[in-house]
Structure formats: C-alpha cells, structure tokens
Design a protein. Sequence first.
Length: 453
Amino acid sequence: MCGIVGYIGHNKAVDVLLDGIKRLEYRGYDSSGIAFIEDGILKCEKAVGKIAELEKKLDGMNFNTHIGIVHTRWATHGAPTMANAHPHLDCHNEIAVVHNGIIENYDYLKLKLEREGHVFQSETDTEVLSHLIEKYFKGNLEMAVMEALKEVEGTYGVAAISIKDPQKIVAARRGSPLVLGIGNQEYFITSDISASLEHTRDVVYLDDNEVAILTFDHYETKTMQNIPTYKKVEEVLWNIDMIEKGGYEHFMLKEIHEQPQALRNVMRGRIEGDRGLVKLGGLISCEKELREAKRIVIVACGTSWHAGLVGEYMLEELTRIPVEVEYASEFRYRNPVVEEGTVVIAISQSGETADTLAAMREARHKGAKLLSICNVVGSTIAREADCGIYLHIGPEIGVASTKAFTAQIAVLYLFTLYMMNLKYPNNPIPSDMIKVIQAIPDKVQTILTMEEE
Ligand code: GLU
C-alpha cells in the first residue's frame, strides 16, 4: 500500500531516493528504510516514524552510490519497528528487497525456508522474499526473482538489488502498482509516478505478472516466464497535486473510489470458499473465549459505531449471541455490567480513538476479553487488545470515513461467519453466504462507474 522508489543512474542515488520517497509520505507511513550499493558493499539504514527520521540518520554523509531502493511502510504483518521496516535482506546481507502488498502464504514459506536453514530477522511477510531470492540466486538477479515469485501467493510490488549482480534493479508486480520512469541515462521504479515526476514525464506502466530490469544504460520488461514484453512509453500530463489525489478533486473522493480494492484486500486470503471456512489469524489466541462467548459488546465512536450497528444485526441474526453497541464515551464513564463470558469488540480506524481506548481499558478492568478491529497495524488499541482483525486497506486520509466504513462492515461479516464456524462446527457455511460477500467488490465498482447518474 505504501511507497517504493528505486533509482539507477548518474545522479547521487541517496539524494534522489529520499526526495522521491518524501513525495509518497502523504499516503501514510510508520517506518522507512533504504538500501544501496557503495564500493561493492550493500548498505542499509532504517528508521521508525517519519522519513525525516531516516534522513537524520543519513545526514551529512556523502554517499558515493548510483543505485538503490527505498521504502515507506504501512505495516500489515508485524508492528512498525526497526526490525520490520524494509528493506529486508537475505542471510548474507547480499540481497535487499522492498515490497508493497501482502504475501498470503508467507507462514508456509517461512517455515519451509527456516527448515532449509534460513534465519529470519523480522515478523513481516515480506522477508520471505529476500530469502527466496537468495535460495534461487545463481548469478542472475532477475532469474532468481522470477523463480522466487513462482512460489508466492498474494500481492506485491517488489524491487530488489544485489551486490552479486550489482549493476541492476529488478522489479515485479502483481496487484500493487509499479511504474518505470525513463530519464536521460537514468531510470526509476516507483509505486506512484509522483515520486519520479520531478525527473521525467516519460513512464512505462508495468502490468500484473511483469518484471522490469533497470541497468545503467537501458531497461527491459519481461513476463514472469522470461519472455520480453514491448511496452509503450507514455507521457504524464498531470501535475503532482493531481497525481497525489489520483486525479480526484480531493482525498475523500479518491478513497470512495478505492472501495472495491479495499474490500478485496479485506477478504484476501481469509475465505476458503470451498470448505466454507473463514480464517482470521489474529483471533487464534482468543478462540476458546469466542467459542464460549455469552454476550458481545461493541464499543466505538462515530462512523465505527455505525459499522458496529450493522455488525450487531449480522451477529445476532446468524450466531444468536446477544450483542449491544455502545458509544465508547458513554461506556467509559458509567459503570457497565460486564459478566463472565462477555467479549468486548473495540472498532477504530486509526486504533487511537481516545474514548474507545478508555472504554477498552474499563472493560479489561472488569474482566472482559478484548478484540479489536483497526486499520493501523501496531496502533494502541490493536496492541492492547487480546486479539484482533486488521482491515488492510491502506491509509485513510479523508476525515469523513468512507472506505474504512465499508471495510469495517465487511470485516464484521467475516467475523460473523467465523463465529458461526466456531459455534456450529458441524454446519458448514452455506456457499451462498460466501459468494454474496465475494461479489460485493465488483458490485461496488459497478455502482461507482455510474457516478454521474
Ligand atoms: N506486508 C508488508 C509488511 O507489513 C508490506 C506493507 C506495505 O505495503 O507497506 O511489511
């Protein structure tokens, strides 16, 4: 969801990369990191927080490098920490990888790689990529990237460099955007054109399942099967402001239009339709309490409270567990009754809503089990809850919530199905109930094409 910039060319790479990544900062960030090759050595620096923190670490150092990659992270797997910030390296610090998206089968791949002797440093899904590339590396970086990606399920915009094949950046995409910027004897790979627009207006949009190889004097694009593709170079006519808002007049309109993708992200990897199973990894530690839940109290504010009301109808109808939805600001100041078997669900896009957090602490004090539904990974509410579900929809900048609201409802629907699985393990979920939610993103898309009407 967040930002990637790669640069190879005659200018000083660290300066170009930092300028570029700052252009993507408006999309949200929780940490950032850079990797580049200087005198045959792979150097990597990371920081938690704003890009200014990363800049501070690099300040005053005059790096003599012309190739590198940089990343701002919007965490989906693992808290926003130094260890989890990208780039991720292989076991020998020879390969660096940045990634946007979600590797769905990362737990399986990680286990396999660990058994083969690879040592992991982070909790991210991304780190499997650097180790997979290491595993398949036989002297040519693009071949290793292609081999590695064959094993990967999920979405990625990815860029990699290696000191063992040091004259190139290799990038690939599936489901996350990547665009090549073509300058004068310099090339860029970015997750968003705004990052390279200062240098060039000539771009090539990569398609899904395409690989790009950038060297000091040319670029190539290929399929994952190593067959060259021939792409049109397009001229960007928009200005930076228009691009940041995706051509929309303001962020809220952009986010309204992001709903189909947001809803797909909510469901990605979580539904096993054929078996009627909903997998919510963040709830495993609370499974027992959820199975035995006698009552559910949803605490939230504003839009999240409205999502909670929809959740109440779905949960009561389908699981027959009594549900109440409370304003967090009321719950925290009265003396609520919390009996044994009560599960409290706190809903907050940011995961920092003060009243919701206080309501949660009140419920904890009275002995409730706490579940969170948040968008921001590692936020306070997500951390303080016993278990939780993330939305995975990227940052929401508009203050009036749009895509987070629809995503919260989708998550509550998935949670309802999950509770049905737990309560009635012998009754598989009717396939209609799965199909109906899987059809929603396309329906939303159809509605949005009728904007004029
Ligand atoms: N899934 C990756 C992570 O959590 C990438 C997140 C992103 O797109 O920034 O590290």
